[in-house]
Design a protein around this ligand. Sequence first.
Ligand SMILES: NC(=O)c1ccc[n+]([C@@H]2O[C@H](COP(=O)([O-])OP(=O)(O)OC[C@H]3O[C@@H](n4cnc5c(N)ncnc54)[C@H](OP(=O)(O)O)[C@@H]3O)[C@@H](O)[C@H]2O)c1
Length: 308
Amino acid sequence: MKTWDIQQMGAQPVIVQGCMRMPELSADAAARVIRCAFDLGVTFFDHATCYGKDGAAETRFGEALPLTGISREEIVLQSKCGLRFEEGLFDWSKENILASVDASLRRLRTDYLDALLLHRPDLLFDPEEVAEAFDQLEKSGKVRYFGVSNLMPLQIELLQKYVRQPLIFNQLQFSLDQSQLIDQALYLNNKTTEYSLMRDGGVLDYCRLHDITVQAWSPLQKGFFKGTFVDDPEFPELNRVLGELAEKYGVSKSAVAVAWILRHPAKMQVILGTMNPEHLADAAAGAGVSLTRKEWYSLYLASGKYLP
Ligand SMILES: NC(=O)c1ccc[n+]([C@@H]2O[C@H](COP(=O)([O-])OP(=O)(O)OC[C@H]3O[C@@H](n4cnc5c(N)ncnc54)[C@H](OP(=O)(O)O)[C@@H]3O)[C@@H](O)[C@H]2O)c1
């Protein structure tokens, strides 16, 4: 989906507030997070059925939104389904997709989702069944737009062969520390480094070719949810360069890390997961920073890569 389409959805196109870490909050604290995001122009909220036990993140959000004075129509709500984490399985059956959307709508206290993504591939998925579910959801007005998360090009092609609606989002992990989406292109065919491994079937180029907007998840995390690399002594060189650029642009280091993702011409969205309104304001300021080519490469190198 091109940026103007996202604007048509009524959302600030660049920064998304992720709600994975919302289950621990009280309804009042969640309302503060939503209000702060909204006041910063961040009106796009990302959920999933598996965020918290029994969809606790969606439940908290549904309780909190009425406390903010913001109406449902002023925001964009996205959820993901297909990952039945607590039961240890993935499920893209028609029955589960339809039941998940109904449950999300109930918890979020709304009658439509702006976007529904399939969370992670169900190894047993039948694309025709998914197509039937999407048709039903579109026809009933329960879902406006559709997409996927953590999917490779051929899986998207297979789905898209049967699904009539365009798949407009692919949510993928991408950050200065977890930059596998772009590494392989640089180290192509080089057997001396792990960076040359093709791990995702060239999904970034595929998304660009097909106007699929990449939503970068965990943009500030090291590893897989191991804490943020910002100010982490394990990343001295990265933090040195982040600090220099933060000073130059008058923003925080997390804003520079966000700006690094946004500088990529794929026009990604960045999903920030902080539940601290100050951190959100700090990081979201990255949307206003335009890094030079040299600065972009200096951050990439400072994250531990080298030029082949
Ligand atoms: N599709 C998928 O498979 C998938 C997987 C994971 C996540 N997601 C989505 O991506 C969203 C973001 O993921 P994430 O929470 O891992 O991303 P993140 O924004 O990289 O990390 C947020 C975490 O970093 C902490 N943090 C520490 N210092 C910070 C600072 N200065 N600025 C900002 N954050 C700071 C936050 O704590 P504080 O709250 O204390 O600031 C929070 O615990 C999720 O909410 C979810 O919507 C999708």
